[in-house]
Design a protein around this ligand. Sequence first.
Ligand SMILES: [Zn+2]
Length: 250
Amino acid sequence: MNPFLVSVPAAVAATAGVAAYGAVFPRAQLFGPTVCRTNSPGKLAITFDDGPNPAITPKLLDLLDRYQAKATFFVIGRFVRECPDLVKETAARGHAIGNHTESHQNLFKLGPSQITVELRLCHHAIANTLGAPAKWFRPPYGFRNPWVIPTATSLGCKTAMWTLIPGDWLERPAEWLIRRMQPIATHAQQNVNSGGKAGVSGTGDVLCLHDGFHKELNYDRTRTLTALEHWLPRWRDLGLQFVTMDEAVR
Ligand SMILES: [Zn+2]
């Protein structure tokens, strides 16, 4: 039996509202520990989901290089097998590669054996491509159930969520997306204003963006690039460091 079935109090498990919160709220810890923040207000962890994407990822790598920015890419296993060289290049340029499952299903609806298959296939795709396994995992849509995080942990992965998910997949103008990313600069400015003492918790943001689309390769994510072109120089001027998830918790 899964230990979580035993350890989650019956009253909690029976409360659908609480379970839904644990399943979808990015910073909920009900179904296991997740990392949602960096350990310093000066560190911003930019993360990209649903790639690799030959139409966007190479341009994104060049843009990140321009600002000496390191990021984390949560990749889909079947796309890794289609574009292994792009994943190799992403890692070679100093970025972290994370597991985003084999085919991007809603894991909340799956049982333990199906979840294991989804995570393992992506895990092996990454390990076979890079010669080293992923150390980070992000569930598709952020959805968890009692088996998701223990399965990631058994593969040696920490689970990464986020503080900000601006919705770059929505069909809105780039200006809209740029406005939605304002909280990062606001937090950084508060930290500058307080002489580094801001942020009650002394933590920084994890930003969730998308360089790919789980249903197809070569999907257009130009809007995401445009918003980053706007913000990267401004964030840099506010003193933010752009770090991988490894550096975010180091
Ligand atoms: Zn995704």
